[in-house]
Design a protein around this ligand. Structure first.
Ligand SMILES: Nc1ncnc2c1ncn2[C@@H]1O[C@H](COP(=O)(O)OP(=O)(O)OP(=O)(O)O)[C@@H](O)[C@H]1O
Length: 234
C-alpha cells in the first residue's frame, strides 16, 4: 500500500473532527472520498499533508510511519497536495507558476526542462500561454495550472480537495480526464469531493459522514446504485 491510515483521530483545539478514520490507497489507484459539507474531508487532507497533528492512530506512506513529518518533508517524499483554492499566483506568468512547482525537489536545470516539456504535453492549453499572466486564465485553466504545477514536483500521491469546486460540468469532465492521464503517467490520487462526479474516474470510493468512514466500495458499484450515493450525501 502506498498510503495507509489506521484509526486516525484529529481535530482543532479540543474539537475532535475525525473519529477513527481508516483508509488505504494502493499505488496507481484513484480514490475518492465523498461526503457532505462539514464532514471532515478537508480536515483529512490537512492531516495527510502534515498541517494538523495526528492525535492517535497511524498514517503510513510507502510503509514508513509519517509521525510528525513536516509538510515540506512529506512533499519531498512525494506526498503532495494541490493547495486549497488552487494557490495560483495571479501576478506571475503561467511559466513562473509552473516553475514554483519544482521548489520541493532537488533537480538539475536539464531535468526541470525535460519535466516541463513532458507536463506541457499533457496540458497543451498551457503550453501556448507560458508568458501570459496567470490572472488571464479561466477558472478551469487555473485548475489545470495547479495540477500541472503539482506535477512539476514529481508527486507519487497527489491529494486534491474538491477538484470540481466552482467549475462547470464540462470543465470538470476534462479535468478528470487529465487525472486519468496523469495516473497512467504514474501518479496515485486521493480526491475529496462533495459531488459524485469523481466516481466516474476513480477506482474506489470511501463515503464519510460526521468524521467517520461509512462505506468503502468500488466506484462503479456505487455509480450503479444512484440511490445509495444520494442517501449518503444527504
Ligand atoms: N480551522 C478550524 N477550526 C475549528 N474548526 C474547524 C476548522 N476547520 C474546520 N473546522 C470544523 O471541522 C468540521 C469539519 O470541517 P471540514 O472543513 O473538514 O469539512 P469538509 O467535509 O471538508 O466540508 P467542506 O466541504 O464544507 O469543506 C466542521 O465542523 C468545521 O466547522
Amino acid at each position: 500500500m502506498l498510503l495507509e491510515i489506521e484509526d486516525a483521530r484529529t481535530g482543532y483545539g479540543r474539537l475532535e473532527v475525525l473519529h477513527d478514520v481508516s483508509l488505504k490507497v494502493a499505488e496507481g489507484e484513484i480514490i475518492t472520498v465523498l461526503g457532505p459539507n462539514g464532514t471532515g474531508k478537508t480536515t483529512l487532507m490537512r492531516l495527510l499533508s502534515g498541517v494538523l497533528p495526528l492525535w492517535s492512530g497511524q498514517v503510513r506512506f510507502d510503509g514508513a510511519d509519517l509521525g510528525r513529518t513536516t509538510p515540506e518533508k512529506r512533499a519531498a517524499l512525494g506526498l503532495c497536495q494541490l493547495p486549497e483554492g488552487r494557490g495560483i499566483f495571479q501576478t506571475l506568468t503561467v511559466g513562473e507558476n509552473l516553475h514554483l512547482g519544482t521548489a520541493s525537489r532537488k533537480a538539475s536545470a536539464a531535468q526541470i526542462r525535460s519535466d516541463r516539456d513532458r507536463v506541457l504535453g499533457i496540458f497543451p492549453e498551457l503550453a501556448g500561454r507560458l508568458a501570459a499572466s496567470a490572472s488571464s486564465l479561466s477558472g478551469g485553466q487555473q485548475q489545470m495550472l495547479a495540477l500541472a504545477r503539482a506535477m512539476m514536483g514529481r508527486p507519487r500521491l497527489l491529494l486534491i480537495d474538491e477538484l470540481s469546486f466552482g467549475l462547470a460540468p464540462r470543465i470538470v469532465h476534462d479535468l478528470f480526464e487529465v487525472v486519468r492521464e496523469l495516473r497512467d503517467d504514474g501518479v496515485t490520487f486521493l480526491i475529496v469531493e462533495q459531488q459524485a462526479s469523481a466516481l466516474r474516474v476513480s477506482d474506489r470510493t470511501y463515503v464519510m459522514r460526521n468524521g467517520r468512514n461509512e462505506l468503502d466500495r468500488a466506484s462503479d458499484e456505487l455509480l450503479a446504485s444512484n440511490d445509495l450515493v444520494a442517501s449518503y450525501l444527504r
